[in-house]
Design a protein around this ligand. Sequence first.
Ligand SMILES: Cc1cc2nc3c(=O)[nH]c(=O)nc-3n(C[C@H](O)[C@H](O)[C@H](O)COP(=O)(O)O)c2cc1C
Length: 215
Amino acid sequence: MGGSDKPTFGEQFCSDLQTLFLWRRDVRRFKSEAIPEGMLERLIQIGCLAPSVGLSEPWRFAIVADPARRKAIHACFEACNAEALRSQRDDLAGVYARLKLEGLQEAPAHIAVFADRTTAQGHGLGRRTMPETIEYSAVMAIHTIWLAARAEGIGVGWISILGPSRVAEILDVPTDWTFIAYLCLGYPAEENDTPALQREGWETRRAPDSVIVRR
Ligand SMILES: Cc1cc2nc3c(=O)[nH]c(=O)nc-3n(C[C@H](O)[C@H](O)[C@H](O)COP(=O)(O)O)c2cc1C
């Protein structure tokens, strides 16, 4: 792949892109409808266009279709979530208990994302003082997939309420791989421009101005 024909992005595209950013949601409620054949692979290909430290492309993807492994992942979530509920402050426990924090059983497609710190690709460039840039790179791929999926009308839900070593064991991936995310994908059962956690009274978005310091 290559080429130097410079594309231009018109006003309409920029406006649509802004709409995509606004409507990209973390989705936990899915329709049972399957996503088209080859779509997961296509989304992963797009994810691989993401930036990575030293062009290391350290992202690794496990497409999880095996029912027994999916069941084990769900059991892992249940155990971790029960533990998380027990650790909530008294005033938040009631709201937490009502939150839907995964769509594992409804989502037709599952992808676990890992990062490989041992990769020789990139020859270590950019990660001597910050080895964690390998994991950051995998997150870049996830966000790219998230947006590309939404543009296709497909919702993505990121699950982190899992035990990383248990996930690696269930999925039988190389021990060098670091677990980054478990993604559920499918057509959303509901669409909204506001995060579910805000709608459910858990948290609100802060003003972008409040995250900027000037020096
Ligand atoms: C690193 C990361 C981990 C997350 N883990 C979970 C999770 O375990 N369960 C869940 O329901 N949502 C999870 N989310 C989704 C966030 O709750 C969600 O992105 C946030 O509330 C903002 O909502 P939005 O993505 O719809 O804008 C995660 C998101 C990120 C980026």
